[in-house]
Design a protein around this ligand. Structure first.
Ligand SMILES: *Cc1c(COP(=O)(O)O)cnc(C)c1O
Length: 374
């Protein structure tokens, strides 16, 4: 069985076409069952006893995240999502609060930076929005911010950012690098051992909703000052324990741990190769649809494709028509996702490894029909 067939047979049959993995992938039977089993176990033995029993599974989940990021497993913290992870990190940030990031930075991340009192300055990018590494090295060397933040793969555009090159630049200059891997983990190579990296469960790793992770370099972790509980209480808790503090959906964390394990078992590199391939197929299938322009270069090694309307089509209405009339799920990406880069809303197609060329031909036909209808 091919990787795609394996992935498809491991999950419930899809109703229609699912081209929405950048929003939320389809979970496997194993993930759904593990999550449900944990909930049942909570009812049998009590939620806190069940959580103790789940510790080894969660440990394996942290180890899998460690393998994908290059950071130590005992410095991986579960969160409720990527935004929560960034807020947790920035609200604990020691010292000066200034951050450099791309003009195309994710809108909600910019809001979290602002809410935590960070002064934001731009990193240099080319016309597509891709980081210019050499110009960035010069800029950062001349006036280093307290932290560099890179969204390794954006939500609104399927461009692979030069993560490894920027990690080297930041390491040489001694500037902490924080990476948003909400779209990149399980999709691109993120094992560059950045200072901190965070992600969501439900996107390319196909875990449950409502879970995320934050992995932190031990040297930074030592210096962080989590807001809760108040540091002056001097409670005997490590920084990691304090970051973990709070109520959690343990069943969802169990499901996520199983999902990352399945990803590694399938082969992280094979997954990356296959996602790049379905991305190219998507762009090939979409390149000649009247009324739309594909934003990404054909061979961009990601499975995110965005389409800009060239003749007045409304991506929000088109998305709704595709779901209602053809069972085809895509994303309407509004300007707020990248308020300083997107000038018009786009339609996003994000297939996972089980998508075939026939599926994408069907998508192109459906989109052509939708464009004529709405
Ligand atoms: C989805 C997304 C987020 C937010 O993730 P949540 O888990 O919903 O908080 C952050 N950054 C990027 C690039 C995303 O695509």
């Amino acid at each position: 069985m091919s990787l795609g067939e394996q992935w498809r047979s491991a999950r419930p049959k899809v109703a229609g076409l699912h081209l929405d993995s950048a929003a939320c992938s389809r979970q496997s039977f194993a993930v759904i069952d593990a999550t449900a089993r944990h909930a049942r176990h909570e009812a049998e033995v009590g939620g806190y006893v069940a959580a103790e029993a789940a510790a080894p599974v969660l440990e394996a989940g942290r180890a899998a995240v460690a393998a994908l990021t290059g950071l130590p497993a005992d410095h991986v913290v579960f969160t409720t999502g990527a935004n929560h992870a960034l807020d947790l990190l920035l609200s604990s940030w020691p010292g000066e609060r200034s951050v450099a990031c791309l003009p195309g930075e994710y809108g909600p991340n910019l809001a979290i930076m602002a809410a935590n009192g960070f002064d934001v300055r731009p990193l240099p990018a080319d016309d597509h929005g891709r980081l210019d590494v050499e110009a960035a090295a010069r800029l950062l060397g001349a006036g280093p911010p307290a932290v560099v933040h890179l969204t390794a793969l954006a939500s609104h555009r399927g461009l692979m950012q030069p993560l490894a090159a920027l990690a080297n630049v930041c390491r040489d200059l001694g500037i902490p690098l924080v990476v948003d891997a909400a779209q990149a983990l399980g999709h691109l190579d993120c094992a560059v051992r950045p200072t901190a990296i965070y992600s969501s469960s439900r996107k390319w790793l196909a875990g449950p909703r409502g879970v995320g992770v934050l992995a932190i370099d031990p040297d930074l972790a030592q210096r962080l000052c989590p807001r809760l509980p108040p540091p002056e209480w001097n409670l005997p808790l490590s920084v990691i324990e304090r970051l973990q503090h709070g109520e959690a959906n343990v069943a969802a964390r169990v499901g996520f741990s199983i999902a990352v394990g399945e990803h590694l078992a399938a082969g992280a590199e094979q997954m990356r190769t296959r996602l790049a391939e379905v991305g190219r197929w998507t762009r090939e299938a979409s390149s000649d649809i009247p009324g739309w322009r594909v934003v990404e270069p054909l061979d961009e090694p990601t499975a995110i494709t965005t389409l800009v309307p060239t003749d007045g089509a409304d991506p929000q209405k088109v998305r709704a028509w595709l779901i209602a009339e053809r069972g085809v799920v895509t994303t309407y990406a509004e300007i707020q996702r990248a308020p300083f880069e997107l000038t018009v809303p786009v339609l996003r197609a994000s297939p996972h490894v089980d998508t075939t060329r026939e599926d994408l031909a069907q998508f192109a036909e459906a989109l052509t029909a939708a464009t004529a209808e709405v």
